[in-house]
Design a protein around this ligand. Structure first.
Ligand code: HH2
Length: 294
């Protein structure tokens, strides 16, 4: 079964994303004024491109370029502005590096323009529920698609999220979304799943999802996990956003141990080392890692 997703997005060979027997490190590039960790730092295209190249130097296997913040309460960005911010950066980075590029967007026109400019993967935090035109683009372009779980929208998602059984409810959600995508012409091998840590979840939900991440490996798609500097870590260690690197490291290690296939992080070099050490210990125990990346 592993061979089925040993590589991803196979339809167009130039969009292949290969899994080299370990999780991939996805470096975050936010071309926004208001992202919770690095908002405003890379709003200028030249600064964003330089940051992306630095992340590749530090060992990023993938880059996730986004131009709209999804933090709780964030205002939506209009389509023209999102394109204006994101596309020149995607185009310049795609020319400069060989690592696959993901576009973090829920808008079909932004996704199409980014794929045309060289992106290989669309990171849609609405899991194809936001823009009706998105699924057709993914099917036609043979691009990878991240289906992330979110309760509500970024504006509303932290208003009293409730679950009876958070793991079971996410499994049902993933199954339904996979079915939908496949029914519209997307191949199973194009799909990546993401529990959406911090998206409409309380601390206890985030912890349960990370603790039981391996429950989702049976769905047969790589799992993307984004914990980097998030608020739930601040609740645990009482540190401001910029000082959550160690807390992030602990969560990344646990996610690796439980089968994460792609780690979406801001601190690429450090988290790559965390991943390497976690993998080495996992191998030495002789216990197979849950392996979304073999
Ligand atoms: N987290 C953020 C943004 N996009 N996409 C996926 N698939 N999974 C995540 O966990 C995820 C995501 C939040 O991080 P960041 O991009 O740094 O912040 P902001 O949304 O404020 O730009």
């Amino acid at each position: 079964m592993l061979a089925d997703y040993a590589t991803l997005t196979r339809r167009a060979t130039d969009r292949l994303i290969e899994f080299p027997g370990r999780p991939l490190i996805m470096g975050v590039v936010n071309v926004t004024p208001n992202s919770f960790f690095d908002g405003g730092r890379y709003l200028e295209p030249a600064a964003a491109v330089a940051h992306a190249l630095r992340l590749v130097d530090e060992g990023a296997d993938l880059l996730d370029i986004g131009a709209e913040s999804t933090q709780p309460g964030a205002d939506p960005v209009d389509e023209a502005e999102e394109r204006r911010r994101a596309i020149p950066v995607v185009a310049a980075v795609a020319k400069a590096v060989r690592v696959p590029i993901s576009i973090d967007t829920s808008k079909a026109t932004v996704a199409q323009a980014a794929l045309d400019a060289g992106a290989a993967l669309v990171n849609d935090v609405t899991a194809l529920r936001g823009d009706g035109a998105m699924v057709e683009i993914i099917a036609r372009m043979g691009a990878g698609i991240v289906l992330m779980h979110m309760r509500g929208t970024p504006r509303t998602m932290q208003q009293e999220p409730r679950y009876e059984d958070v793991v079971g409810e996410l499994a049902t959600f993933f199954n339904e979304r996979i079915h939908f995508a496949i029914s519209r012409g997307v191949a199973h091998t194009q799909i990546v799943l993401d529990p959406g840590i911090g998206f409409g979840k309380l601390l206890e939900h985030n912890l349960t999802l990370l603790a039981q991440l391996d429950q989702f490996t049976r769905l047969g798609c790589p799992l993307l996990v984004g914990v980097s500097h998030k608020a739930f870590l601040g609740q645990l260690v009482d540190r401001p956003v910029q000082e959550r690197q160690w807390a992030t490291a602990a969560a990344v290690a646990m996610a690796v141990e439980r089968g994460a296939g792609i780690l979406r992080v801001h601190d690429v070099r450090a988290m790559r080392e965390v991943m390497q050490v976690t993998m080495a210990i996992g191998h030495a125990t002789g216990r197979p890692m849950k392996a979304q990346h073999a």
